[in-house]
Design a binder for this molecule. Structure first.
Ligand code: DGJ
Length: 401
């Protein structure tokens, strides 16, 4: 490793830190550093997070995570939160306001999911659109140029004529995105789970729509060793119940039942939760985040979140275990540096000055990016955006890869 001068005075360093650091980062003492499943989860302004049964999207250019979900407080609709680390979330407002949107008034939204389309550069939201009695069984779609919204509602309909209630979403590495949905077989509610491929622009469904005879809800999908894993709950309204996972060699396929992924789940209720989504944490080869909801008998603003690590075993099994508290940095395996591209580093870098005068850079997810720095007697954190990162690189700072 070569010693490279970068910022030569701690004064300059601190100044830059202050101007680029989000205000809430200054309240470092209240920052969260772990997940606490089932506990009340406050946003960075100290309010309970209201974002249920949704999903997370990672915005590569800014290193920002956006979390979408049901906003069960007022106004009803789909809420959006943003974060740099998956633990500390800032409320960004209601991205789709049901009561204020022509075409959605009189109904409600459940399980919103957002995907970013790299070709059209649009964020596309899909959701279950319903009216009282759950007889409408539609999917809805909305679109926006920016992640937090407000989203423009486009339409709601039954995909390929099928009733559709709980939905999940999965984006494959090739950019194709799919909706998993609880569908009917005849009059039997949610008797099947279907997987439908979206059009290239994600704005509508294709005819590639395959059924699996499985009476379930709450679908979440992950890909591991070229196999697709579909995780679901049973159908018991707002009551937690056992989970089942299924596998297939293609996303749109008939899936095979593999049983429960839960280990040590004494009540057999997915640790008192219902699956909502599986988020693949960037920067980790096996970073699968189970995002579940603890509805407590009814969907309310007070429902808690049960976020747990999904472990994929070498034998190809999916495993879910309880943790009172956990950090993804401690559990998952970082993607080896040589497999990362420069763009993995060029968004936000945390620079941590330690007492021995050596600086280490950490990227957003706390992964060590070791480079040397000649100054620094204080421990502090600085958030560099892409522009500053490029400036830093042009001044001789470099990343050892
Ligand atoms: C279970 C579903 O998973 C929820 O999204 C919601 O639709 C409730 N049923 C309604 O009872």
């Amino acid at each position: 490793m070569k010693r490279v001068p970068f910022f030569h005075s701690i004064a300059v360093y601190s100044f830059l830190g202050i101007i680029v650091m989000p205000v809430w980062l200054l309240h470092a003492s209240s920052m969260l550093t772990s997940f606490k499943p089932g506990k009340d989860w406050m946003d960075v302004d100290g309010k309970k997070i209201d974002c249920h049964a949704g999903n997370i999207v990672f915005q590569e250019e800014t290193g920002t995570f956006f979390w979408f979900g049901e906003h069960r407080g007022s106004p009803a609709g789909a809420s959006c939160y943003s974060s740099q680390d998956l633990y500390n979330w800032k409320y960004r407002g209601v991205a789709l306001n049901t009561g204020a949107t022509e075409g959605l008034k009189g109904g409600f939204i459940e399980r919103p999911k957002v995907a970013y389309n790299k070709k059209t550069k649009k964020y596309v939201m899909w959701f279950h659109y319903e009216t009282s009695g759950y007889g409408l069984a539609h999917q809805g779609v909305a679109v926006c140029d920016s992640a937090p919204g407000p989203y423009k509602f486009l339409e709601h309909f039954r995909p390929n004529g099928n009733q559709s209630r709980d939905i999940g979403m999965f984006s494959d590495e090739n950019g194709k995105t799919y909706i998993g949905y609880a569908a009917n077989r005849g009059t039997s509610i949610n008797a099947d789970i279907r997987m439908v491929e979206l059009s290239e622009d994600y704005l509508t469904v294709t005819k590639n729509d395959v059924v699996t005879n499985a009476h379930c809800e709450g679908p979440g999908v992950l890909k591991w060793n070229n196999k697709y894993y579909l995780l679901t709950s049973q159908c018991k309204g707002w009551t937690p119940n056992p989970a089942t996972y299924y596998t297939a060699s293609e996303v749109c396929a008939t899936y095979t039942d593999k049983g429960s992924p839960c280990i040590g789940d004494t009540k057999n209720t997915t640790f008192d939760s219902q699956p909502g989504f599986i988020f693949k944490i960037p920067g980790y080869t096996n970073g699968f985040l189970y995002m579940g909801d603890r509805w407590n008998g009814g969907g309310s603003t007070n429902s808690q979140y049960v976020f747990l690590p999904i472990i994929m075993t070498s034998a190809g099994k999916m495993e879910l275990r309880w943790h009172n508290e956990w950090k993804y940095e401690d559990i998952f395996t970082p993607t080896p540096v040589y497999e990362r591209s420069i763009s993995d580093f060029s968004t936000h870098i945390y620079v941590n000055a330690v007492n021995n005068g050596t600086l280490h850079g950490y990227d957003l997810l706390g992964r060590d990016i070791p480079y040397l720095y000649q100054n620094g007697t204080d421990r502090t954190v600085m958030n560099l955006n892409r522009g500053r990162m490029n400036a830093a690189l042009s001044k001789g700072m470099y990343l050892i890869r």
